[in-house]
Design a protein around this ligand. Structure first.
Ligand SMILES: *Cc1c(COP(=O)(O)O)cnc(C)c1O
Length: 339
């Protein structure tokens, strides 16, 4: 029985073709800068995002932490969303390891941060306050791509206020495919961008941090300090290269499958689907009445969903349109049975 895991796009399994390029990857000691495959991944990533350089990192969390630690120093502050990964889901790393204070603000409905509200959160030059240095955005944010106009406004805003601008672009390629723009058009507005290779792109491990030469040099130093110097990492980088070369355009399939899933689940009266949030590979569904038997029932059919009454369902490269059909039948059969 096939497993259909809708919890996240991080669950994707490397395909045979991806494993083959990993197996045959040319490697060297990356701490000496001598792993040709890591070097190639970093140069491909920088080219794709239009930055001077890029750094291969063990995770998106590490890439974001390096961005924060290179833009901010001890006693500085970054502004991010209350629900942002960089604030809420990274173990407080910026504070723990960088002595950097977060200033969280509520995200707007469209995943942006209202720049008028951001302006009010910027601290004056006063010894009472931390020094506000950086604005962090997220794209996609809960599956929503930020508009290109907003990115331009945010870039102008941060220039005007002498802040740096970092993008947590864990799913930047989902945004690019959805908006039908090149990744570098999105990245061009930012001082640095992190991108996950291990989500919808399907690599088993890794992210890249893209930025200018000085920043990446500094990030490489902090990565080492954080225990992230990797040796023959080309085997992992090979998967990342494969992902960037083969799995970007197909993200459109995940977006189509999300629409299909949303419209099919909307036919079930026990569920309420938030249609406006279906903009890339995520579907948000709530159960009119919480039922802890639903995940168990579905699991017996190989379908894995989160528990609770608010469900985030994520499509990815191990889920096709036929699987969406099986998921919808699973939900329908469960509610028929419980009637
Ligand atoms: C997944 C994710 C990350 C990075 O997560 P890792 O598991 O550390 O690779 C960063 N930001 C967002 C928005 C994410 O969804």
């Amino acid at each position: 029985m096939k497993t259909i895991d809708l919890r996240s796009d991080t669950v994707t399994q490397p395909t045979k073709a991806m494993r083959d390029v990993m197996y045959t990857a040319e490697v060297g000691d990356d701490v000496y800068g001598e792993d040709p495959t890591v070097n190639r991944l970093e140069s491909i990533s920088a080219d794709l995002l239009g930055t001077q350089e890029a750094l291969f990192t063990s995770s998106g969390t590490q890439a974001n932490l390096l961005a924060l630690m290179t833009h901010c120093e001890r006693g500085d502050e970054y502004i991010a969303g209350q629900q942002a990964h960089t604030f809420k889901y990274e173990g407080g790393g910026a504070a723990v390891l960088g002595s950097i204070q977060p200033q969280p603000l509520e995200f707007e409905e469209d995943g942006s941060l209202d720049l008028n509200i951001v302006a009010k959160a910027i601290k004056a030059d006063d010894i009472h306050f931390a020094r506000t240095r950086l604005l962090c955005l997220e794209n996609t944010q809960s599956g929503k791509p930020l508009s290109m106009d907003y990115l331009k406004d945010a870039a102008n805003f941060t220039t005007q206020h002498q802040l740096k601008l970092h993008l947590d672009g864990a799913r930047l390629f989902n945004a690019a495919v959805k908006l039908d723009v090149n990744a570098h058009e999105i990245a061009s507005h930012f001082d640095s961008v992190s991108v996950c290779l291990s989500k919808g792109l399907g690599a088993p491990v890794g992210s890249v941090l893209c930025g200018n030469k000085d920043q990446i040099k500094e990030a490489r130093r902090w990565r080492k300090v954080l225990g992230g110097g990797m040796r023959q990492a080309g085997m992992l980088a090979a998967a990342g290269i494969f992902a960037l070369e083969n799995n970007v355009q197909r993200l459109a399939d995940d977006h189509e499958n999300a629409v299909l899933l949303a419209s099919s689940l909307a036919e079930i009266s026990e569920l309420s689907v938030d249609h406006s949030s279906v903009q890339s590979n995520m579907v948000f569904v709530s159960l009119r009445q919480e039922n802890d038997q639903l995940p168990i029932f579905l699991k017996n059919r190989g379908i894995i969903i989160p528990s609770g009454s608010s469900l985030r369902l994520v499509t990815h490269l191990n889920i096709n349109a036929v699987d969406i059909g099986s998921v919808v039948s699973g939900f329908k059969d469960f509610f028929k049975k419980t009637k």
